[in-house]
Design a protein. Structure first.
Length: 760
């Protein structure tokens, strides 16, 4: 944080500040000349660092190359974690991924070397765990091209997920714009105990706020219960369930990683980010990961790294941790919350499959050393009674450092012994990178994960997979029992000897007693002299494609826009630009555009990827219809429902409609990152002034958007709905554009505008 910026802000506002305000306002560019009003004004900020995962880094680096700049202006890194498909197990899957993705990895490595960006090779681990181990610290402002970047809030930083175009701005040295966030305070009282884990805090919050309740806000955790979250199981535990492993078995250590878990899943409530106040446990983690100097500096300024007494929150939620029960959320949405004790009966009533086919632990949300230790503690008890998992069971370490350390300390072997398969240090099934063989598409089944998202078809591309999210220890217990009806707090298992026994709440250390084992060296430093470095993109490549600038606005209103699709219900970025097998085209805009909106449900016929071509009157795939319109000079619009674009930060969900001729997206409301991404690419994200007007528009109508010649902040646009029978209706459309963003629209994109300013 810049002391000058924070001082100026204090003088301007003359009131106590929340922690998130201190960090955000401490990174203001020219603070004396900025207005600050929560939820209204736009802030110009100077982030400290940029991080990009390999699926989004491709387009971000292609855009940076287009900018013509020689080097990045801030420290930046690329992390290879998204392109590794889970199939046979860690080593085999990693070798396969390196072979299949060699062209992309080479592009990212050489682009990193050319432009001064650090490169974490495949197998290094998941971007957010790497950030925790190396780059996050109290008071940092970090942006990342992944929606779960808020994970870093577990170390007291403001870490925000963005699209690639935002990352390009920061790497180019341009102030980054963010609408001044509101602040939601979550006051924690009491203390955790038994099977209740920090994951249950965010599962409970998701049930309260829903998937859009945090939109436009930072969630700030505070209160006496915060210290409890940093304790493993019950205070003073002794790791008894892991006796016999080679790892540490001493008193339980307070865990910072769980604060990261809570911040990570803040993305599922639409929050800009989440953050915890600095405490001595963060200092311990920083020291253990080789950053004692940062820990000492944070200690020196610790009074600035907590909220001021008497600060104001726009909304306050209070959770008594002593009363909180283990939760499991799902299926199909992360805000459908159930206590574990009740999910079995709910599943029976709703007709959800009770038998659990697969239990999956890991992902960026729960793959720390302590997460693995707690799961191993549960597994150890089952093994002692001669039991293994009834369900398939997979384990994803968060990083090479975590993998190497849990191998050394025996946790990995315990998890294998109970029937688990250790996957590569990567995202894998969490993002749909899962070559699942045990079911056929369309087969109804249940899986339980310690992941963050459970949208329809997200993990395995099967819309009939009922995915539930919970803590790693609950996943492990349920995988052993094999059914959603099992409640480890009260129910008994039958051992191989026929005797009944009850699983005890797990206890494990957050940090290894010995130092972390770093494992293999997977980091490539950018060279000091990159003048001879080449970055090649073949014109015939099917994986990579240099970008062509989008056309500038022609100065006219948008007349007679065809409706490509009127979407019914939830439409996430997974629906707009699917992941899984499509990840291989993330660097090739034309090829990946063949997945545009293939998961969205068409209100006209209730089907996915089936829309009417207004010219031929035939139904066909959404991308094919969009391409037909583009080839025939027909501009089009999408009509959406609530919280359109929730989920991933992938800007492909904005690039694809722009590439195929889209001009506007009109919805009841937008998710924050997606709305910004649409603006960056020259599209118009607009919302109904009256949400009921959604019902006035039919897929066969044409729309005219008026008022663009006088486009101004806060001024609604007019939309004329032209029905096939010749009648018309006029409605108002709101927007959140400021003057700078309107210039993006006029220039055709934010990147075009950047080039215009460079030329001037």
């Amino acid at each position: 944080m810049a002391p000058y910026s924070l001082l100026v802000t204090r003088l301007q506002l003359n009131r106590p500040l929340t922690l998130s305000e201190k960090i955000v306002y401490g990174h203001l560019d020219d603070p004396a000349n900025q207005e600050i009003e929560r939820g209204k004004t736009y802030l110009r900020l100077r982030p400290d660092r940029v991080a990009m995962q390999d699926a989004t880094a491709q387009m971000a680096m292609l855009q940076f190359i287009s900018s013509g700049l020689p080097k990045v202006a801030v420290p930046s890194t690329i992390h290879c974690d998204h392109l590794i498909e889970a199939q046979l197990g860690g080593e085999k899957d990693l070798r396969r991924a390196k072979d299949i993705n060699q062209e992309v990895y080479n592009f990212l490595a050489t682009a990193g070397a050319k432009y001064g960006v650090g490169f974490w090779r495949p197998g290094s681990g998941i971007i957010h765990q790497i950030i925790l181990e190396n780059y996050a610290y109290p008071g940092v402002l970090l942006i990342g091209t992944d929606s779960h970047t808020p994970n870093g809030g577990g170390l007291g930083g403001i870490c925000i997920g963005v699209g690639g175009a935002d990352a390009v701005d920061v790497m180019a040295g341009i102030p980054w714009e963010l609408k001044c966030p509101k602040v939601i305070g979550v006051k924690l009282t009491g203390s955790l105990s038994g099977w209740t884990s920090p994951k249950d805090v965010i599962l409970k919050v998701a049930g309260i706020l829903t998937v859009k309740g945090g939109t436009g806000a930072i969630v700030e955790y505070h209160g006496p219960g915060v210290d409890s979250i940093s304790c493993t199981g019950e205070e003073g535990g002794h790791g008894t369930w892991l006796s016999g492993c080679t790892g540490p078995h001493g008193p339980a250590v307070e865990h910072r990683s769980s604060m990261a878990t809570i911040c990570n899943m803040g993305a599922e409530i639409g929050a800009t980010t989440s953050v915890f106040p600095y405490n001595h446990r963060m200092k311990k983690y920083l020291s253990k990961t080789g950053r004692a100097d940062i820990a000492n500096l944070a200690d020196e300024f610790k009074d600035h790294l907590v909220p001021d007494p008497g600060c104001h929150y726009d909304q306050v939620i209070e959770i008594n941790l002593s009363e909180l029960k283990p939760h499991i959320n799902g299926p199909f949405t992360p805000d459908l919350a159930h206590p574990v004790a009740e999910v079995g009966s709910v599943a029976e009533k709703e007709g959800w499959p009770l038998d659990i086919r697969v239990g999956l632990i890991g992902s960026c949300t729960n793959s720390s050393y302590e997460d693995m230790g707690r799961s191993a503690a549960v597994a150890k008890q089952a093994l002692a009674h001669g039991l293994k998992c009834k369900s398939q069971f997979t384990i994803t370490p968060g990083s090479e450092q975590i993998r190497a350390t849990i191998e050394r300390d025996g946790y990995a072997q315990v998890l294998r012994d109970v029937g688990g398969i250790v996957l590569a240090n990567a995202c894998g099934p969490c993002i749909g990178q899962w070559d699942r063989k045990d079911i056929k598409k369309g087969e109804k089944n249940t899986i339980v994960t310690s992941y963050n998202r459970n949208f329809t078809g997200r993990n395995d591309a099967n819309p009939e997979t009922h995915a539930f999210v919970t803590s790693p220890e609950i996943v492990t217990a349920l995988a052993i029992a094999g059914t959603l009806k099992f409640n480890p707090e009260t129910d008994f298992l039958t051992g191989k000897d026929g005797k009944k026994f009850k699983l005890e709440a797990p206890d494990a250390d957050e940090l290894p007693r010995a130092e972390f084992d770093p494992g293999q060296d997977t980091y490539q430093h950018p060279p000091k002299d990159s003048s001879g470095q080449r970055v090649d993109v073949s014109p015939t490549s099917q994986r990579l494609q240099l970008l062509e600038p989008f056309d500038k606005w022609d100065g006219k209103d948008l007349e007679d826009l065809q409706i490509l699709i009127k979407v019914k219900g939830k439409c996430t970025t997974d629906h707009i630009s699917a992941a899984g097998p499509w990840l291989k085209f993330r660097g090739h805009l034309d090829n990946i555009s063949n997945n545009l909106l293939i998961g969205a449900i068409n209100i006209e016929n209730g089907k996915a990827n089936s829309v009417r071509n207004a010219v031929t009157q035939e139904f066909g795939p959404v991308p094919d219809t969009a391409r037909y319109y583009k080839q025939h000079g027909i501009r089009w619009v999408v009509i959406g429902d609530e919280n359109y674009g929730e989920g991933s930060s992938r800007e492909h969900a904005a690039l694809e409609p722009r590439h195929l001729g889209g001009r506007a997206i009109i919805t009841k409301s937008f998710a924050r990152i997606h709305e910004t991404n649409l603006k960056k690419q020259g599209l118009l994200p607009l919302t109904f002034a009256d949400p009921a007007d959604y019902n006035k528009i039919h897929p066969v109508d044409k729309l005219t958007i008026q008022g663009l010649k006088d486009f101004a902040p806060g001024k609604p646009l007019k939309c004329i709905i032209k029905h096939p029978n010749g009648t018309q209706e006029t409605i108002l459309l709101n927007h959140t554009f400021n003057e700078t963003q309107i210039e993006w629209f006029r220039a055709g994109s934010a990147l075009n505008r950047m080039k215009e300013l460079q030329q001037k």
